[in-house]
Design a protein around this ligand. Structure first.
Ligand SMILES: *[C@@H]1O[C@H](CO)[C@@H](O)[C@H](O)[C@H]1NC(C)=O
Ligand SMILES: *[C@@H]1O[C@H](CO)[C@@H](O)[C@H](O)[C@H]1NC(C)=O
Ligand SMILES: *[C@@H]1O[C@H](CO)[C@@H](O)[C@H](O)[C@H]1NC(C)=O
Ligand SMILES: *[C@@H]1O[C@H](CO)[C@@H](O)[C@H](O)[C@H]1NC(C)=O
Ligand SMILES: *[C@@H]1O[C@H](CO)[C@@H](O)[C@H](O)[C@H]1NC(C)=O
Ligand SMILES: *[C@@H]1O[C@H](CO)[C@@H](O)[C@H](O)[C@H]1NC(C)=O
Ligand SMILES: *[C@@H]1O[C@H](CO)[C@@H](O)[C@H](O)[C@H]1NC(C)=O
Ligand SMILES: *[C@@H]1O[C@H](CO)[C@@H](O)[C@H](O)[C@H]1NC(C)=O
Ligand SMILES: *[C@@H]1O[C@H](CO)[C@@H](O)[C@H](O)[C@H]1NC(C)=O
Ligand SMILES: *[C@@H]1O[C@H](CO)[C@@H](O)[C@H](O)[C@H]1NC(C)=O
Ligand SMILES: *[C@@H]1O[C@H](CO)[C@@H](O)[C@H](O)[C@H]1NC(C)=O
Ligand SMILES: *[C@@H]1O[C@H](CO)[C@@H](O)[C@H](O)[C@H]1NC(C)=O
Length: 465
């Protein structure tokens, strides 16, 4: 196989302000971890059936429970060299990067730098025994380094993307440098059927806890990562269309032609720079749990939020509050305006909750504007120009990060992308199952943003485009 040509491909990013708020970020993230014992105490539509299995998050079959860090990242615990370490789960990269001293490890003395869209780390490649998702890997290669500026309050990352985007695999140039998933999948090379992962992301209780809402719905969805199995109750995902993998990166696939449905329910014209060259109205998108928000081309973002009465495009967020100086260009929205947006893949629509198209930034970081007003911003942000440089981060038009993935259960079958696979191994694909419930999503918006009184029927009409 053409293995590997890319030195690094790393897309771990998120809304920078949230992490650049220094001490604040740490206290927020530790305060908002969802207690795991809460997950099965609630009766709701997302109830996970294996109640008896929910415990310390590392023991059930091949399932890992994740912590939601203020809706901007999702973390889990791995055991490396016998030590438990909390790391951020990233579907947009493929190295394992772990800070601090790891016991029982072997230092290969090979130096490596990793660069993410929002941070970086420098250290040496080591190997140690890894326990993750019910699997044990004897000599898992990892980079012993702390990644700067992660929003998760951790400085380690487990990249669960394909192998040939791994700079550790590249540096070792052998299966000794296999990624965590390659190591796991190669434990049974006779059958590739179960060489897939799934990811189910929930909403942070943060916003709901501020709302006085007694019955928030979206919060109840659990945060679960699985290997080779589907979460109980979500088997329907097997019937979802199999989306082919677009070139270059693992989770990159194509939206339908003009596959962003705007707030008026109509398709927005889209033009791809990097997608299918024979059909350039399909955006190529990366489904990336390491990015907190959703990043789309500027013209598409403007077509969405430019139609919201009272919305403003803010180039310098420091105009709102000097502490927000590090934020990229964004749209500020009236907090009470409900905005609905959907994506379309293979003819199926995947709507976003209005609490994901509009984020209460004040709720997340405790910062208001100079008039002491709450700040709500679009959860869809124009993709910064430096992200769409194909020679650096990759060739894609958009990143569908956590604000999208909280509304979709995702399965990624790796097939022939697994290191060492042969030509008879099936091609990889992605399947997506909407977890959106229109009634629940709307009610949660009404309860959190409108004090429980549904005035959306009389909200001002969208502006014309
Ligand atoms: C990664 O591996 C796949 C499968 O072998 C291949 O099609 C793809 O071109 C490779 N990508 C890179 C960047 O090497
Ligand atoms: C997690 O739970 C399992 C089964 O309940 C137990 O065997 C294991 O030791 C626990 N692990 C930790 C780290 O507590
Ligand atoms: C990870 O371990 C820490 C410390 O033991 C614990 O507080 C946290 O809840 C664990 N996270 C998960 C997702 O299990
Ligand atoms: C690993 O080896 C390198 C080079 O030999 C050394 O500089 C580095 O400190 C070692 N790392 C640890 C954690 O000991
Ligand atoms: C890593 O980055 C440091 C600082 O920029 C540089 O000095 C070093 O040479 C780099 N190491 C590698 C292996 O690229
Ligand atoms: C790595 O991150 C630090 C901030 O933590 C920054 O100063 C430095 O320029 C970054 N290095 C690279 C190579 O991006
Ligand atoms: C990597 O290993 C292969 C053989 O497995 C070899 O052909 C190739 O030249 C090596 N690449 C580098 C950069 O060392
Ligand atoms: C590999 O997978 C096949 C089919 O699922 C199974 O029958 C076999 O027991 C597995 N082997 C190992 C070593 O797990
Ligand atoms: C979208 O594209 C269609 C077909 O090319 C065109 O007729 C229409 O005017 C475009 N709409 C906008 C808003 O640009
Ligand atoms: C690219 O577009 C062509 C023409 O519409 C189509 O036949 C082909 O299947 C597309 N490729 C992908 C990867 O969607
Ligand atoms: C945003 O969150 C803040 C802080 O928790 C809360 O006080 C406020 O009511 C929320 N604002 C809106 C408009 O929901
Ligand atoms: C959608 O949410 C509503 C309100 O919470 C609930 O009554 C209904 O059962 C849910 N529908 C499905 C299909 O889960």
């Amino acid at each position: 196989m053409g293995y590997p040509t890319r030195r690094h491909h790393s897309l771990l990013t998120r809304l920078p302000a949230i992490l650049l708020l220094g001490a604040c970020a740490t206290s927020i993230s530790s305060a908002t971890k969802i207690p795991l014992n809460k997950l099965h105490s609630r009766g709701n539509r997302y109830q996970w059936k294996r109640d008896d299995d929910i415990g310390n998050g590392s023991e059930t079959l091949n399932t890992v429970l994740l912590s939601n860090v203020i809706d901007q990242s999702y973390t889990c615990n791995i055991t490396l060299g016998g030590k438990s370490v909390e790391v951020q789960l990233d579907t947009g990269s493929s190295n394992l990067v772990v800070p601090g001293e790891i016991p029982n490890s072997k230092n290969l003395s090979i130096p490596l730098n990793v660069t993410y869209a929002g941070g970086n780390g420098t250290g040496y490649i080591e190997t140690a025994e890894l326990e993750f998702a019910g699997y044990t890997i004897e000599n898992q290669a990892f980079l012993n380094a702390a990644v700067s500026q992660l929003s998760s309050g951790t400085s380690g990352i487990i990249g669960v993307s394909i192998g040939n985007a791994s700079s550790i695999r590249y540096a070792l140039n052998s299966s000794a440098g296999d990624t965590v998933l390659d190591s796991i999948f190669r434990q049974n090379s006779t059958d590739s059927t179960n060489n897939f992962i799934t990811l189910l992301l929930g909403h942070s209780p943060l916003e709901y806890s501020n709302s006085g809402s007694s019955q928030p719905f979206l919060e109840n969805q659990e945060n679960v990562f699985t290997i080779g199995e589907v979460v109980d109750g979500y088997e329907q995902i097997y019937s979802s269309p199999k989306l082919p993998i677009a070139l270059q990166t693992p989770y990159e696939t194509l939206l339908d032609a003009n596959g962003v449905i705007g707030p008026d329910g109509k398709a927005i014209n889209t033009t791809s720079l990097y997608g299918n060259s024979s059909q350039n109205d399909q955006l190529s998108v990366l489904l990336d749990s390491g990015t907190g928000v959703t990043l789309l081309p500027k013209d598409v973002v403007d077509s969405i939020y430019g139609r919201v009465p009272g919305a403003q495009r803010i180039v310098n967020a420091s105009d709102l509050n000097p502490e927000l100086a590090s934020l990229p260009t964004l749209w500020r929205l009236p907090c009470t305006y409900e905005v609905n947006v959907s994506f379309s893949f293979a003819g199926q629509q995947y709507p976003l909750s209005p609490l994901d198209t509009s984020l209460n930034l004040t709720g997340y970081v405790g910062i208001q504007d100079s008039q002491d007003q709450d700040i709500c911003i679009g959860g869809i942000i124009e993709i910064p120009p430096n992200f769409i440089n194909p020679t650096k981060l990759g060739a894609f038009d958009a990143i569908l990060g956590d604000s999208t993935l909280r509304n979709i259960y995702m399965l990624h079958y790796f097939g022939s992308f697994v290191d060492g696979s042969n030509s008879s191994t099936p091609e990889p694909y992605i399947q997506l199952l909407s977890t959106y419930n229109a009634t629940a999503a709307h009610l949660d918006f009404v309860n959190t943003r409108l004090g429980g009184v549904d005035s959306t029927g009389s909200q001002p009409s969208l502006l014309s485009n």
